[in-house]
Design a binder for this molecule. Structure first.
Ligand code: HEM
Length: 506
């Protein structure tokens, strides 16, 4: 009874206290300053200081002036760059509930529909379900079911590469495309003009064009979205319509084929077949399955190709590292078989070459942008809601406090039992609730290709007229993904015996 009469008084004192607390929090938060960053111009902010390509180089320059957190604004939209692993882990991992959304892309998302697929999806129920489907198929122990497909494709790549040493990058793309399409749809790529590869490549091209900021006025002025489709001067509606239809076909057609194959009893094991056969999917679940499947080619092929291209480049520079890795492999396999994924623990030096490859040329150097959904405070700074957050992965993997001599390819840095340096896989696949869902698949394809290549091939720089090696310098093409351009190398089997060994798997 007493408590009932006391309740209104308690409640009004409580309201006053809460009110005071809110007021003080507002005052405190408005007293807090934004993180440091380059000076902003009125209205456009840092627009003219933002590079159009290779953002990581500019971000790294800014880190030297402003530190681990760099704050920018473009037309009033806040952007935060995290240059340090510690800050990325604290904000993107530990505070993942706030930092896992994606920014809005009007052209790519609202108009074409990429925001319905994992890569640009807001952090919502759809995304959680799509990521769960991927986790149950291509991560951890579930990936084992696909190991024979991966091993086969890696062996075929090495055989093909020895046969036709030109066009390394094209062949690596084919390797990764073959694995991803086989794992996702059970599709076998048997020719260079495969229709599903062509459609998937078109999707990647469309996506790249749609998310390139500055190309479509509608990304800067979203209100243009409401212009009628016939309105002159602006082409974005017709481009969006065409790309929406491409995306629809790329999402639906391959799954329809798998459904037909299941009905005919000819479906091969795959991500799509597994989920269609294991559960009765309702319409929403079916839609999620299609969208998750669609995104994997785009997420997996160019990234893994960039990693493996880097491996071949570093090996061109370092024959002595190849020799040491070959000795290690020979001790495990006696030269009688190819190494496989189960040998990983017995091949620490080969594994260290793989890690160093990932570190020195991280495939997605600024990761993908996350969006903060509510106001936050960190280290005495205010970080406003809607801030778009980039992790400068390039800078993290080149940080000389973490990795002494960061520009040198040094696999031994991971092998000192007293002081092993940080595994770059804790950065290069992104962070928190958006961490790359294909990381285990990428890890297996890359490690296997590296181990099989080292086991059987010698990669060397080209030799000039006087017998001297012509050492290439790295030349990265600009873009979201750090892809080396082709350079000159030679490749040959380590011996007749090694050639016979790899060919015995054909
Ligand atoms: C070495 C190879 C790879 C690298 C370096 C890489 C890197 C990344 C990074 C940095 C992100 C963004 C994470 C974030 O937002 O914090 C990402 C997202 C993603 N990756 Fe990968 N990736 C690789 C391979 C793959 C593979 C093999 C697949 C699938 C077969 C894949 C599918 C995806 C998808 C679907 C997303 C979007 C996830 C989301 O937004 O929730 N990736 N990847």
């Amino acid at each position: 009874m007493e408590s009932i009469t006391l309740y209104p008084a308690f409640s009004s004192i409580g309201s006053i206290l809460i009110g005071l607390w809110i007021l003080s929090a507002i005052r405190k938060s408005s007293r807090l300053s934004l993180p440091p960053g380059p000076r902003r111009l009125p209205i456009v902010g840092n627009l003219f200081q933002m590079p159009s390509v290779n953002h990581y180089l500019k971000f790294t320059e800014w880190r030297k002036i402003y530190g681990a957190l760099v704050y920018l604004e473009v037309f009033g939209s806040p952007v935060l760059v995290l240059n340090d692993l510690k800050e990325a882990k604290e904000l993107l991992d530990n505070r993942g509930a706030m930092y896992s959304d994606r920014p809005r892309f009007v052209m790519a998302g609202d108009l074409i529909g990429w925001d319905k697929t994992p890569v640009l999806s807001p952090f919502n129920k759809n995304l959680r379900y799509m990521r769960r489907l991927m986790a149950l198929t291509i991560q951890g122990k579930y990936l084992e079911a696909f190991r024979p497909k991966i091993e086969n494709a890696c062996r075929s790549f090495v055989i093909q590469f020895l046969d036709e040493p030109e066009n390394l990058i094209k062949q690596l793309k084919r390797l990764n495309g073959t694995v991803v399409l086989d794992v996702v749809y059970g599709h076998e790529v048997t020719s260079n003009d495969d229709a599903l590869v062509a459609a998937s490549e078109k999707s990647v091209e469309d996506f790249g064009a749609a998310i390139t900021m500055g190309v479509h006025a509608v990304d800067f002025i979203p209100a243009l979205k409401s212009l009628p489709t016939w309105f002159p001067f602006f082409k974005f509606h017709s481009i969006a319509q065409r790309q929406r239809s491409n995306l629809y076909n790329a999402t639906n057609k391959p799954v329809e084929i798998v459904k037909r194959q299941i009905a005919e009893g000819t479906a091969r094991d795959s991500f799509v077949a597994k989920h269609l056969q294991e559960t009765e999917l309702d319409d929403w679940e079916m839609e999620m399955l299609k969208r998750a499947a669609q995104n994997m080619y785009g997420g997996g092929v160019d990234t893994t190709t960039s990693v493996l291209t880097n491996f071949f480049f570093y090996m061109t520079l370092h024959p002595e590292i190849q020799l040491r890795a070959q000795e290690e492999i020979d001790q495990v396999t006696s030269g009688e078989r190819l190494p496989d994924i189960r040998d990983r623990d017995k091949l620490p030096y080969v594994n260290a070459i793989f890690l160093e490859t990932l570190r020195l040329g991280p495939s997605v150097p600024t990761g993908l942008p996350h969006r903060l959904v509510e106001d936050d405070e960190y280290k005495g700074y205010r970080i406003p809601a809607n801030t778009v957050v980039y992790a400068n992965i390039w800078d993290m993997t080149h940080n000389d406090a973490e990795y002494p001599n960061p520009d040198v390819f040094l696999p031994d840095r991971y092998l000192d039992p007293q002081n092993p340096q940080t595994d770059p896989r804790s950065m290069i696949f992104g962070f928190g609730r958006r961490i790359c869902p294909g990381k285990d698949l990428a890890d297996e394809i890359s490690l296997l290709t590296i181990a099989m290549t080292l086991a059987t091939c010698d990669i060397r720089a080209k030799v000039d007229g006087e017998g001297r090696y012509i050492m290439p310098t790295p030349d990265f093409a600009p873009g979201l993904i750090c892809q080396l351009r082709q350079w000159e190398y030679t490749v040959s089997p380590r011996s007749e015996k090694h050639l016979a060994l790899i060919q015995s798997y054909a």
